[in-house]
Design a protein around this ligand. Structure first.
Ligand code: ZN
Length: 200
């Protein structure tokens, strides 16, 4: 069974995902492997199970050994699977960084998030993992954990000048009907800004 990114209008992208319980199962291990294969194929640094239509609390993240927009010299993190991850602490300091998303092709935005977070999660066997993350690792984790609660990065942007398009993106999709920023952009479609970054 090969996984695919689901369409933007799929309700799974907007649902709160279910906690995983079958630790150590063949199903879970296989799912994590296939998610990572898809993530690499799509060129993403993170992927959450809802993005492939599976409403379960599983994410996989990697920070490659290269400079990213906004934070040079971010330490690399190997591909890491986190099950039922929870942010248990976040810094008072926020940082604004550009984000993209494999589920939102062509769309980019500057998102304010806490710069450092602590995450508790489980691995594929159900053993506890505790992570203190900063720089791009903190950013990718927050983006992916948002997916588990049905939150997409444009929901975290308050000003339309912080959102832009690097290629064709469907702003008329009903998924954005509740989002005032995107509605404003719909009305002002010619205001494109160039931008590039990695997608998460
Ligand atoms: Zn995403």
């Amino acid at each position: 069974m090969a996984l695919n990114l689901i369409e933007l209008d799929s309700p799974v992208l907007r649902m709160s995902a279910t906690p995983v319980t079958d630790f150590g199962s063949r199903r879970l291990v296989r799912l994590a492997e296939e998610m990572d294969e898809l993530r690499i194929e799509e060129g993403g640094i993170g992927l959450a199970a809802p993005q492939v239509g599976i409403s379960e609390r599983i994410i996989i993240v990697e920070v490659p050994d290269e400079d990213f927009v906004g934070i040079p010299n971010s330490p690399s993190i190997p591909p890491t699977v986190l099950i039922n991850p929870e942010i248990i602490w976040e810094s008072e300091e926020y940082i604004k960084l550009p984000e993209g998303c494999l589920s939102l092709p062509g769309m980019m935005g500057n998102v304010m998030r806490p710069s450092i977070i602590q995450v508790q999660a489980l691995d594929l066997d159900g053993d506890a993992i505790s992570i203190m993350a900063d720089r791009w690792f903190a950013r990718v984790l927050q983006h992916e954990i948002d997916h588990l609660d049905g939150i997409l990065f444009p929901d975290r942007i308050e000003n339309s000048s912080e959102l832009w398009y690097v290629e064709h993106a469907d702003l008329n999709d009903p998924i954005w009907n509740h989002n005032p920023v995107i509605q404003e952009i719909r009305e002002n479609l010619n205001k494109n800004e160039p931008g590039e970054s990695r997608t998460a």
